[in-house]
Design a protein around this ligand. Structure first.
Ligand code: NAD
Length: 541
């Protein structure tokens, strides 16, 4: 039995039973009613109904969230549309300055943000920290690159010197953002910041389980100085509010499951509005025979168990070269068994809780199904009600076969299946199996070879010698999925251009684009044919 790493009074090591009962960190998890009301007052919600949310840390009630009606959604859009008109006239300098103020506020208030995230999601504090960090990175990136993405650009005209063409980036109008619970602060804000910078307003519908964190994000936008009506928040079940939001939006940004993404895409198609869909994955990690095995084992733990595996880009399949399989697995299992689990607002735990009973049931069902059909459990494998209502151990499985649910279906939990491979082409083709294509990771000491292999993997992001952060935290690089993992990209130019219409403005001078001075159509056609040949000879585009 290995000793826990970084044990804290609040932490419970995976293999050593519950936390110190003298120190029950979950006993006092409650939010002041005034604090909750301060946050929920930012909602447009007049139904008179509210939904209780509980903390996964201890299963105790945390808050009551007022619910929005169809009329509230209509009002949110009306306010947002009005605010957007004035906002679109502001300069990029003004908008960027507000984003930079938000950047500073997020860093200053990170403790409060992280507390809320942990309360609502039950995740470990170190995983919650990723969220304000990602929002600060996103705010700074877009503030500093606003002109690069949004300035009017000159283009080549059909008649050089005589045709002047430029392309404007015009805001779409009001963007509907529907976001999930797994990264409640990041997902509530990260896609909205470029939408605002591009001159749009936003109507946001965060997931019902994590409204408080999303509302805190809205409050920070207010404090940073964004006009209040520019960012509307509504609350309610997605299947009820989804339609009313999509029917009024000029663009939809959705993050969530592939099943819901398909429903949303169909509704957007019906209205001929654009959408970006950031969906699920069954992400593969490859350990090549020349990998640094310590680094790979350390990375594999983060890749598989960050946020208890409730991370779209986390790994659920690991392909390990035959030559290093046993040595890698020994290290990976040891590190996993040494993880500390616990329900706590404090730093120190390696993994926290799953968010809900639904998540616990899915994870448990996937593991039980695999074990019943012959898979071997190398680490973990059990729920841990002694630590909190929805805890499940970080779990490593071997011998997973295609008849098991967790072979091809996303678990979205702390469960990873290990597979051996003999040659790399085979590993790549197995990594490409299935319908998903979100994120992959490759461990190798030969960066060039790993980058060459990356080109053959059908995923939107590939991280070499890293789990997911090398791409996800590099905001200049686009992030999103191929195949059933999504459509469109967040981050980088693509992450902001999706919220704009490109508008081409052409100005013709001197010669018109038609026969002149009594020239016949036939002569004009000959002259244009000669000019096309000449342009080609000159190598013009
Ligand atoms: P989900 O699709 O059930 O819910 C996501 C959001 O959609 C929630 O706000 C929900 O209320 C709303 N919603 C649900 N049904 C709706 C409907 N019919 N119309 C409109 N909105 C609706 O997803 P989930 O299970 O809560 O989230 C986990 C999934 O999200 C996983 O598959 C995960 O991989 C994916 N995810 C992807 C990314 C990414 O960037 N690719 C990031 C985070 C999560």
């Amino acid at each position: 039995m290995s000793a826990p790493q970084n044990p804290t009074p609040a932490g419970g090591p995976l293999v050593e039973g519950p936390a110190d009962p003298e120190h029950d960190p979950t006993a006092s998890y409650a939010l002041e009613p005034d604090y909750v009301e301060g946050l929920t007052s930012r909602l447009l919600a007049t139904s008179g109904r509210s939904v209780a949310v509980m903390s996964p840390l201890n299963g105790a009630p945390l808050a009551h969230i007022p619910q929005s009606t169809d009329e509230d959604v209509a009002e949110a859009f009306a306010r947002a549309r009005k605010a957007q008109v004035g906002w679109a006239r502001t300069s990029l300098e003004e908008r960027s300055a507000l984003l930079l103020r938000l950047h500073d506020l997020v860093l200053e208030r990170q403790d409060e943000i992280i507390d809320l995230i942990v309360w609502e999601s039950g995740k470990a504090r170190k995983h919650a920290f990723d969220e304000p960090m990602h929002i600060a990175l996103t705010a700074r990136y877009y503030a500093r690159t606003a002109h690069r993405h949004l300035d009017t650009q000159r283009k080549a005209g059909v008649m050089p010197g005589l045709t002047r063409v430029e392309v404007n980036r015009v805001p779409k109008g009001v963007v509907g953002i529907i976001s999930p619970w797994n990264y409640p602060f990041t997902m509530a804000l990260c896609d909205g910041l470029p939408a605002l910078l591009a001159g749009n307003a936003v109507v946001a519908k965060p997931d019902a389980q994590t409204m408080l964190t999303a509302l805190f994000g809205a409050r920070l936008l207010d404090e940073a100085g964004f006009p209040k009506d520019l960012w509307q928040v509504v609350a309610g079940p997605g299947r009820e509010l989804g339609g009313p939001i999509i029917s009024r939006s000029d663009y939809i940004c959705f993050t969530g499951s592939t099943a819901t993404g398909k429903l949303i895409a169909a509704q957007c198609a019906d209205r001929l509005i654009g959408c970006s869909l950031e969906l699920g994955g069954k992400n593969p990690l490859l350990v090549l025979r020349d990998a640094d095995l310590e680094k790979a084992a350390e990375g594999a733990v983060r890749a598989s168990f960050s946020n208890a595996g409730q991370l779209c880009v986390s790994m659920e399949r690991m392909f390990v070269a035959d030559q290093v399989y046993d040595r890698f697995v020994e290290r990976f299992v040891a590190r996993t068994q040494a993880m500390t689990l616990g329900a706590s607002l404090e730093w120190g735990n390696d993994m926290g809780s799953l968010i809900s009973q639904d998540q616990l049931e899915t994870v448990t069902a996937h593991v039980e199904d695999a074990v019943a059909k012959g898979a071997r459990v190398l680490a973990g494998g059990k729920a841990r009600p002694d630590l909190g209502p929805f805890f499940f151990e970080p779990t490593i499985l071997e011998g997973v076969t295609p008849d098991m649910t967790c072979f091809g279906h996303e678990t979205f939990g702390p469960v990873i299946a290990l597979y051996r491979f003999h040659d790399e082409a085979d590993a790549v083709s197995r990594a490409n199996e299935g319908e998903y294509g979100l994120n992959a990771s490759i461990y190798s000491q030969d960066g060039e070879r790993a980058r060459a292999i990356a080109r053959h993997i059908k995923c939107g992001t590939i991280n070499i010698n890293e789990a997911f952060g090398a791409t996800f935290a590099s905001i200049d690089s686009p992030m999103g999925g191929m195949r059933e993992s999504g459509m469109g990209r967040r981050q980088g130019s693509e992450g902001i251009h999706r919220y704009t219409e490109s508008q081409s403005v052409g100005t013709q001078r001197g010669i018109r684009l038609a026969p002149m001075l009594g020239m016949s159509d036939e002569t004009y056609a000959k002259m244009m044919t000669a000019s096309l040949r000449f342009m080609n000879k000159m190598g013009r585009a």
